[in-house]
Design a protein around this ligand. Sequence first.
Ligand SMILES: [Zn+2]
Length: 240
Amino acid sequence: MSHYYQTHAITLHRRDIRENDRLLSFYTQDHGKIQAMVSGAKKIKSRLSGHLEPFAVVELGVVRGAKINKVTSAQCIFRYSRLMENIDKMMCAGFCLRFLNKMVHVGVPDKKIFTLLVSALEAINTEEPEYDVKIFNAVFTLKAMSLLGYAPELARCVVCKSEDMNEPIIFSFNKGGIVCARCRKGVEGENISEKERLFLQKSLQINFYEAMHPNEDEALYKKYNTLVSRFFMYHLPVSV
Ligand SMILES: [Zn+2]
């Protein structure tokens, strides 16, 4: 295995270590999440630091180490500079970065997660949010959870596998999806309407541009946020 590689990367997190060094987490196109050190990152004229600000895609050169990887080159390819213009946008983008930094294990390559992050940042960069940014964050959470192996079953009952929903149905967090009226006895979960079930399904298909311009009613979004956050907390009990 080569000791050196280059890949596109997005900075997820930065932490100072020792006097002048910094340990960064990246989500990379080819190697999944990685951690690597930048030597002298805090010196005023650091050659690399300027390229490693958050909210940018960077061409990164990394040397693998026995204990720690080192960043040897960094060239900014694209900066999502319009993100900085609006506190709501920065919060949305910051949420996406924190989510992946906390939820994804190091060294598990997944191009779909890189693509998810790029498309989220592109939408936040170019669109003005028309609604509470919590909706965007919930859509990102459910999409990311699905890629990480926690996709909820929303098309059929998780117990009897029937597609005939036979209301009233519930969303069971521990069973990972919808439970129909016939099977719901004794199962813990949240009552949901057919409209809410359909919106959960739809949210996994819409792109992030649509998530920036919601067009459903407020009560539906409120319920959606609650369902996604409870589903998330059940499976990944970590604060983002
Ligand atoms: Zn059933």
